[in-house]
Ligand binder design. Structure first.
Ligand SMILES: O=P(O)(O)O[C@@H]1C[C@H](O)[C@@H](CO)O1
Ligand SMILES: Nc1nc2[nH]cnc2c(=O)[nH]1
Length: 298
């Protein structure tokens, strides 16, 4: 059932077009903002009105979700007056999907007319100052699988989406991060909102202590198993990107530590903080037009 991993793109432009046409012919929504909900964060789509939901299994060429905490639905609707599409559940390399499949929805969003991608995830905190439940605004990332050739843009480049050698030094929109910081002040969230560098590993195992120490030395503030391929493909095709990472656990850096991280704990913390994340994301969505108008003010 799963697509075998490989470095070449397994989706043709025709596949992307077919999926886009299929969606456009079934919904009147024309979203400008897409949100990817991380583990246990599907409730980010709860406040959407005029909701239209498509199970991934019904959408041509779409992968299906296999991870608990990822519902597997594409939700269209209106939030704070803005037409949006939410991925309730994302795809991961460790599920056996190629990175081309993992990022398939991002190119669909581009073809649907989306301009801004908001990504969320659950991650383990490496920065000593971070606490469980902190929300980290993603300032930058490290594409560890990419260093080893597991990269969503490997293979022939499709110029219809973007250039061969995209610049990633501005992967996460400075303006959106500034807006999110302003919002966190207004909402009085500053004691649990941080900024930092997210590192992707392939998973599915959590880190050994030696690996965690190495990542910390490399400058990673948190580590997870997603997001980077989606952001890379989004930047390639010219989307504006904003990312939030919920610190669901502190990564063990010390052999004397007794705690053992597990996915259930990750989902529990996601649930606990989901409303705060929802508030931040909704307020951000409500104000995205300020950026387009060059009016990022309180
Ligand atoms: O989809 P995200 O990155 O939020 O999921 C994280 C990473 C693993 O998939 C899982 C581990 O608990 O949560
Ligand atoms: N790799 C990794 N992914 C996570 N997702 C949530 N917590 C963690 C973690 O500690 N490590």
């Amino acid at each position: 059932m799963h697509t075998k991993g490989g470095t070449e793109c397994c989706c043709s432009f025709e596949d992307y077009n077919q999926t886009t046409e299929w969606l456009l012919s079934r919904t009147r929504h024309r979203p400008k903002i897409a949100v990817v909900c991380g583990s246990g964060l599907g409730l980010l789509a709860d406040r959407v009105i005029n909701k239209q939901t498509f199970p991934y299994a019904d959408i041509p060429h779409f992968p299906v979700s296999t991870v608990p905490g990822h519902e597997g639905c594409l939700v269209f609707g209106v939030l704070k007056g803005k037409c949006c599409v939410f991925m309730q559940g994302r795809f991961h390399l460790y599920e056996g999907y190629s990175l081309c499949k993992v990022t398939f929805p991002v190119r669909i969003f581009k073809l649907l007319g989306v301009e801004t991608l908001i990504v969320t995830n659950a991650s383990g905190g490496l920065c000593p100052d971070f606490k469980v439940g902190d929300i980290m605004l993603i300032k930058d990332h490290i594409n560890l699988p990419g260093f080893a050739g597991q990269h969503p843009l490997c293979g022939p480049n499709d110029e219809r989406f973007g250039i061969r050698f995209p610049c990633m030094s501005d992967a996460y929109s400075k303006e959106l991060r500034k807006l999110a910081l302003d919002i966190s002040h207004e909402l009085d969230y500053t004691n649990f909102v941080r900024e930092g560098v997210y590192c992707m590993v392939s998973g599915p195992n959590f880190e050994t202590i030696a690996e965690a120490r190495m990542l910390q030395i490399l400058g990673c503030d948190s580590v997870g198993m997603s997001t980077v391929p989606e952001v890379t493909v989004a930047k390639h095709c010219g989307l504006r990107v904003f990312g939030l990472s919920l610190i669901t656990n502190k990564v063990s850096l010390d052999y004397s530590r007794e705690e053992r991280v597990n996915h259930e704990e990750v989902l529990e913390i996601s649930k606990m903080r989901a409303e705060h994340l929802q508030m931040m994301v909704n307020t951000l969505i409500a104000r995205t037009h300020l950026l387009d108008e060059g009016l990022n003010t309180n």
